[in-house]
Design a binder for this molecule. Structure first.
Ligand SMILES: CC(C)(COP(=O)(O)OP(=O)(O)OC[C@H]1O[C@@H](n2cnc3c(N)ncnc32)[C@H](O)[C@@H]1OP(=O)(O)O)[C@@H](O)C(=O)NCCC(=O)NCCS
Length: 212
């Protein structure tokens, strides 16, 4: 007997177009303690997260209760989600089982050095073997897949990245193994080329679709 196919919904938010209208009083108070630009950006992220969770849950954005587990993984009653924000982008993933999502707008200046520091020897070797011009992209492809996989389980993430190993299909990362756990991953690109990945922890493929 097979289970229902896993369906993951993704939504991308352009933070330049987002306002802070749905942020809670506590979030506003926290933002007030940050540097002006960082606080304002954080409010736009939180507000957009509330709006999108509210759409999934059928609730008023301001009434969505977001919890934070030990280690930092955010949660909400009624579904599983993950979020990532980088530069002007925010992406959320939503599913019936734990998911993780990550994106990265920055291209590392020294991908080989970072790969040796943060990746397993085999994955660092993949970065080193790529054409010099492609190394930054090969690094990011692995980085987002690993971060997405680590976010599925949550908990303390420090030191875990080094233990995560990519599963490849050609030059595509299709999964990550970490600490005895196996994750499926699927890469994506935003309209401006920013790479990202979504990950899940149950066996089998997932149908990943974008919500308008
Ligand atoms: C926590 C971490 C996942 C954040 O990732 P990031 O790329 O800096 O930022 P992203 O926007 O992609 O993700 C941040 C969001 O992930 C979520 N998050 C934080 N901790 C999490 C955890 N343990 N599990 C799942 N999600 C988590 C939060 O919602 C956070 O957003 P918020 O702070 O605005 O609420 C990452 O910094 C980390 O610690 N990775 C561990 C791997 C490692 O050792 N990295 C070395 C970096 S020097």
């Amino acid at each position: 007997m097979t289970g229902a196919p896993l369906c993951i919904e993704l939504v991308a938010v352009d933070l330049a177009q987002a306002g802070g209208e749905f942020a809670s009083a506590a979030e506003r108070a926290r933002a007030a303690g940050m540097a002006a630009e960082a606080g304002e950006r954080w409010l736009r992220v939180r507000s957009a997260v509330r709006r999108e969770l509210g759409r999934w849950l059928g609730e008023e954005p301001g009434r969505v209760e977001i919890t934070v587990a030990l280690g930092g993984k955010p949660g909400v009653r009624g579904g599983e989600f993950s979020l990532s924000h980088s530069g002007g982008h925010l992406v959320l993933a939503w599913a019936a089982v734990p998911v993780g999502v990550d994106l990265e707008t920055r291209v590392p200046a020294e991908p080989e050095r970072l790969a040796v520091r943060f990746f397993s020897a085999a994955d660092a070797a993949v970065v080193g073997a790529a054409d010099a011009a492609a190394r930054g992209e090969v690094f990011r492809r692995q980085w987002v897949a690993k971060e997405a996989a680590l976010k599925v389980r949550g908990g303390g993430l420090a030191g875990q990245l080094e233990r995560a190993v990519c599963r490849w299909c050609g030059d595509e990362v299709v999964g990550v193994e970490c600490a005895g756990e196996s994750y499926g991953t699927q890469a994506f690109r935003l309209a401006d080329g920013t790479p990202g990945a979504v990950a899940w922890g149950v066996a089998g493929p997932a149908t990943v679709r974008w919500r308008a």
